[in-house]
Ligand binder design. Structure first.
Ligand code: ADP
Length: 398
């Protein structure tokens, strides 16, 4: 079965076509600047790629273009659209109802619409992709894979905030957390690498990219996770603030007297960028810190310290930890960050082997010392493959 996985943003669309007989990627691409000037599509098949700059006014035209390229004589991977078994959509928010991926029907669409107040930028864009695909390929099953679903196993003590309970009862104000497909994938893969059943393991997964979250995975289930109702809490991110106390937000509200401005500060001007004044990109921060830039060093220090705090607290919550897994752009590539996060944690059985960690980028590996009680691992994430697997399973059932 061939499965197309789509990740639709408000002005972009990423896609990957999988052959599920061997889970290989047949083709992939990115449409950018949908609905604005300078729109273009970058499509690749193996080592060959093309960039086409053309008018792409909306998601329907973007999907038409993707489907054309997927059938292209040279760069395509489908002889006809009839080969496409199903389409999987990354959907950011599934609320409390959706604790797993779901075959999309009218009620799932309504759930996604109902959660729009929780993900106002993402859910409408995700739905545009669903609707465009339903129009382009009627009869081909569409599957929703929710970023929030994996975390629906968190117990109330992890997801209820310490504010009046009525805000949970009436408005569903609670922790949801995100990056669920990534945490689920790397936790399952770590168990495979360790050759132990996932149900027997306590794993802390550190997804560290531009957006970041740490999750406690006990017996294969998420029991706590550092993002919240929204995407600013937890560890310091590229431009998002991580944990700040409510007084800071109230102070900013009073000082700026502008809700949109404060939202932009917390989402777009904070994090590594806000602290360092250098960049939201950790590579730039590491380079500036190496040249002696104090604020770049401070930003990197805060990042590593917050991750360390989450690891220790999640180990406490689970009553132990068997493995710590690093993933996403920073987790997979920054040996410096992995070293600093795990430094001084021998007291809880974490002992890194520098010779295994140094220089390791984007590859699966166990980077702890052989006698480390807790295994420290790097597992490159593959959210698209996770979505493709769920899509296949649900499409076959349907
Ligand atoms: P997104 O959340 O947008 O998917 P990624 O997972 O691609 O983000 O992660 C982006 C982050 O990964 C950036 O901060 C980038 O600097 C960092 N990163 C990528 N490669 C390296 C590297 N070699 N060393 C340090 N950081 C890296």
């Amino acid at each position: 079965m061939k499965i197309l996985v789509l990740n639709c943003g408000s002005s972009s669309l990423k896609y990957q076509l999988f052959d599920m007989t061997d889970e290989s990627v047949l083709a992939k691409g990115l449409v950018e600047r949908i609905g604005i000037s300078g729109s273009r599509i970058k499509h690749s098949k193996g080592a060959e790629s093309t960039v086409r700059e053309t008018d792409i006014p909306d998601h329907t035209s973007a999907i038409k273009l993707v489907l054309e390229l997927l059938q292209d004589a040279k760069l395509g991977a489908l002889k006809s659209l009839g080969e496409l078994g199903a389409v999987g959509h990354r959907i950011v928010h599934g609320g409390e109802k959706n604790d797993k991926s779901a075959l999309i029907d009218a009620s799932v669409i309504k759930d996604i619409e109902d959660c729009t107040y929780l993900a106002p930028l993402h859910n409408p864009a995700n739905l545009m992709g669903v609707r465009a695909m339903q129009t382009a390929l009627p009869g081909v099953p569409n599957v929703a894979a929710f970023d929030t679903a994996f975390h629906q196993t968190m117990p109330p003590k992890a997801y209820i905030y310490g504010i009046p309970y009525k805000y949970y009862e009436n408005d569903r104000v609670r922790r949801y957390s995100f990056h669920g497909m990534s945490h689920a994938y790397v936790a399952a893969r770590a168990a495979e690498i360790l050759a132990k059943p996932a149900s027997s393991l306590k794993i802390i997964t550190c997804h560290m990219g531009n957006g970041s979250s740490v999750t406690a995975v006990d017996g294969g289930r998420s029991v706590d996770s550092s993002l919240g109702m929204g995407t600013t809490p937890g560890i310091l991110m590229g431009t998002r603030c991580g944990d700040v106390d409510a007084s800071v937000i109230l102070y900013l509200m009073e000082k700026e007297a502008d809700l949109k401005k404060v939202s932009d500060i917390l989402h777009k001007e904070s994090g590594l960028l806000g602290v360092s004044g250098v960049s939201s990109d950790l590579r730039d921060i590491e380079e500036a810190a190496a040249k002696g830039d104090e604020r770049a060093k401070l930003a990197a220090d805060i990042l590593c310290t917050t991750v360390k705090k989450y690891i220790a607290s999640y180990a406490a919550v689970m009553g132990g930890v068997d493995a710590i897994v690093f993933t996403a752009g920073i987790g997979e590539n920054s040996d410096v960050t992995r070293r600093e996060v795990t430094r001084g944690m021998e007291f809880m059985g974490v002992k890194l082997d520098d010779s295994k960690n140094d220089g390791l980028r984007g590859k699966e590996a166990i980077i702890s010392a052989d006698d480390s009680k807790v295994k420290v691992m790097v597992v490159p994430t593959n959210e698209e493959l996770m979505i493709a697997r769920d899509t296949r399973r649900l499409a076959e059932k349907s």
